[in-house]
Design a binder for this molecule. Sequence first.
Ligand code: ADE
Ligand code: ZN
Length: 316
Amino acid sequence: MYDWLNALPKAELHLHLEGSLEPELLFALAERNGIALPWPDVDALRQAYAFNNLQEFLDLYYRGADVLRTEQDFYDLTWAYLEKCKAQNVVHTEPFFDPQTHTDRGIPFEVVVRGITQALADGERRLGIRSGLILSFLRHLPEEEAQRTLDQALPFREHFVAVGLDSSEVGHPPRKFQRVFDRARAEGFLTVAHAGEEGPPEYIWEALDLLKVQRIDHGVRASEDERLLQRLIDEQIPLTVCPLSNTKLCVFDDMAQHNILDLLECGVKVTVNSDDPAYFGGYVTENFAALHASLGMTEAQARRLAQNSLDARLVR
Ligand code: ADE
Ligand code: ZN
């Protein structure tokens, strides 16, 4: 039914690799690593995917990530995501990973990076999918821990295009990470940040002015601030919007309320992305399909959204 959306060549610019861990793979990795899970089976786990806000989701997401232990696990996770990209004509992807989620559990940084980057290299060679990996800092942790993570990343610098900022937004404004982002930029990294998902428009201003980001991840609350909206339009700053995520996490009550097409029509460079597809009910094509089904997105709008995603790539 949505073959025409699937067929559009697109880039995905907002995808957490840990959020692409499907329940079936989660159970398989738990078994491979001898880890007992609190859910009896895959269906029971899927039923737990009902969230009232970002934090309820994050609690389960960090729990799920605990089955990722070995380089092979990170490879398999990344490869499974790349196969989805291939099936949905995602020709380019710039995924996030959260090293602290793993290093805080005692998994060496290089185990995580080697597994992911080997799969991304194979994805380019065998599937023709280009990619640029983004190292994301966990904003609920202190800035000093982000600094230590940046130290760990420097020997692997050729594997990353940018640093990002994710996890619990409210109470953890971008200004908390100004120094580590300054240092990351001085070391040659580009920058992006989650802002304006649950947090206020001021967080988007801070991400732009203090962290000097190339893109805003989510950013849907920009519509509450006219002056900010005008700046996003004037400077053509891309927003990586994630419609299914926003409804699953109750940022919007339902898809019919989502503001992505209003933003598109007033000239904001919005893109469509899946965020954590294993948890939110779909990959990029399903996100486009939801906009068609609930907001009446036209084919012309879909084409503009797909083109925006290609235009907003950090890696060419
Ligand atoms: N980590 C994974 N998904 C996230 C989201 N939607 N917001 C913030 N942090 C995240
Ligand atoms: Zn996200």
